[in-house]
Design a protein around this ligand. Structure first.
Ligand code: T4K
Length: 435
């Protein structure tokens, strides 16, 4: 398929700002640069200026190949391959091997917590954490999250009770949490959505007052801070996903981090069938172990974290400058006084924007820009919750509102400033309303 031809000058239409960083210079400090995951051919791309330029109206798509949300951040190939080769030589592939142990130590040190219990993925990590905390009955969670947050509870026959979010933060609204507490409530699972920390202090106060256990789904929050403190040490434990699409990945993987010695020990047993040494099972458990190759990927990516942030941040700034000129669209803000991973470029569509959110996504997809509607329609509108609680939406007005308004745009090393300005030029055309 042929992409649109080479025409420059689109930046002017959407408020371009090149920024000072380019992706090669971000990596110079590391010697041999890692290879970037590249979806898009070299810039410049043709700006969309009128509706006639749009693929949905019959023009060639802006990008020859699909560009995705969630392309992986991959560290130095050479270092990873050396580690992979060492693993093969060692003949030790899993079961709390030396690389996984080193990984856990490095993660705990990086986050400033006592324990990191590495797992095979974030969902199992959530299940093990909630089980180790002995949650039962009802547990309060946001509905505006990836389905795994709710499923991890339901899978254990714990009832997820959906509380509404604050539309400004997209995180649990403490007042809404408070309203959903019943005598059956045993805990709260907050989610640091998009890497922006939950209202930790307020949730802690509610948990304390009602004698509830508090943990966080920190799947989006690796490398992000609240009041200067990295996410990881809040609540009784925090759960990370290290899935390929996450800011920091181990192919598939996850971890529970905690400062609680007893909890950590319990989770170590649970992720390994409850084994305490040969032939001695002292606890019910499952298989949640992280493999050596996953840990090797993690160690490698940990070394390149600063580069990932620099690329994401630069992309974020490009989006911010470009989208600022499009009336009716706003880019979700990150608090610049905190540490952020800038992994998600989240656009909110105002009600007065002339093109509906779903139509925007269709237009972008026609251009091979595979924007996503995360986390529409909200867990409460998915099975089995939709059938269990058909009226849950009545208590979730902000969840419904936000889920109808969000478009997540591609970012990461696969994109550069020119590609971002090209994407924004399409949004600029939509703002004119003639699509
Ligand atoms: N809690 C929260 C808040 C979460 O966001 C997640 C996961 C979890 C818990 C559970 O953690 P894990 O058990 O997954 O560790 C994706 C991810 O699969 C999922 O991990 C993630 N959240 C969620 C936000 O996004 P989908 O259904 O959108 O995935 P998919 O297959 O459409 O992939 C997204 C895009 O990523 C693709 O269009 C292409 C790109 N991609 C994907 C993979 C796997 C690549 O370029 N390379 C790859 O290797 O859920």
């Amino acid at each position: 398929m042929k992409a649109k031809g080479v025409v420059t000058g689109l930046g002017a239409a959407v408020g371009a700002n090149d920024g000072s960083l380019n992706q090669t210079s971000a990596r110079k400090s590391k010697g041999a640069p890692m290879k970037l995951v590249k979806d898009v051919a070299a810039a410049p791309y043709k700006a969309a200026r009128t509706a006639a330029d749009l693929a949905i109206n019959g023009a060639p798509p802006m990008f020859a190949e699909p560009i995705h949300v969630g392309r992986p951040n991959i560290g130095n190939h050479k270092r990873f391959l050396q580690r992979a080769s060492d693993i093969l030589d060692s003949g030790w592939l899993s079961n709390n091997g030396p690389i996984a142990q080193e990984f856990e130590q490095r993660i705990a040190k990086f986050l400033g917590v006592k324990h990191c219990v590495a797992m095979c993925n974030g969902t199992i990590a959530l299940e093990i954490a909630t089980r180790a905390l002995e949650l039962k009955g009802e547990v309060i969670v946001p509905s505006y999250t990836f389905i795994a947050t709710a499923h991890a509870l339901q899978w254990q026959e714990i009832t997820p009770i959906f509380a509404d979010i604050d539309p400004a933060t997209h995180n649990l609204d403490p007042a809404a949490v408070w309203r959903m507490i019943t005598p059956r409530t045993t805990g709260i699972v907050g989610v640091h959505l998009w890497g922006r920390a939950s209202a930790v202090k307020e949730l802690e106060a509610i948990a304390k007052e009602h004698n509830l256990r508090l943990m966080f789904d920190a799947s989006h929050g690796f490398g992000c801070s609240l009041n200067g403190e990295l996410i990881g040490g809040f609540g009784e434990c925090e759960v990370f996903s290290f899935h390929a699409t996450k800011f920091f990945n181990t192919f598939e993987g996850g971890a529970v981090v905690t400062n609680n010695d007893i909890l950590a020990e319990k989770m170590r047993l649970m992720r390994n069938f409850g084994f305490s040494g040969y032939d001695n099972v002292i606890y019910p458990g499952t298989n949640g172990k992280m493999t050596e190759i996953a840990a090797a990927m993690g160690l490698t990516n940990l070394e390149d974290l600063d580069d990932f942030v620099a690329i994401n941040r630069h992309n974020y700034q490009c989006y911010r400058d470009a989208i600022a000129t499009v009336p009716g669209l706003s880019l979700l803000e990150y608090n610049e006084s905190e540490r952020n991973n800038y992994q998600y470029a989240v656009v909110e569509v105002a009600p007065y924007f002339p093109v509906a959110r779903d139509r925007i996504v269709d237009v972008l997809h026609a251009e091979h820009i595979l924007a996503r509607k995360y986390f529409w329609p909200g867990c409460h509108n998915m099975e089995p919750y939709r059938s269990y609680y058909p009226h849950a939406g009545l208590m979730l007005p902000n969840t419904n509102l936000v889920a109808e308004r969000v478009v997540v745009l591609p970012t990461g090393s696969a994109l550069d400033a020119d590609a971002i300005r090209a994407i924004a030029s399409i949004l600029g055309v939509l703002a004119l309303g003639k699509v």
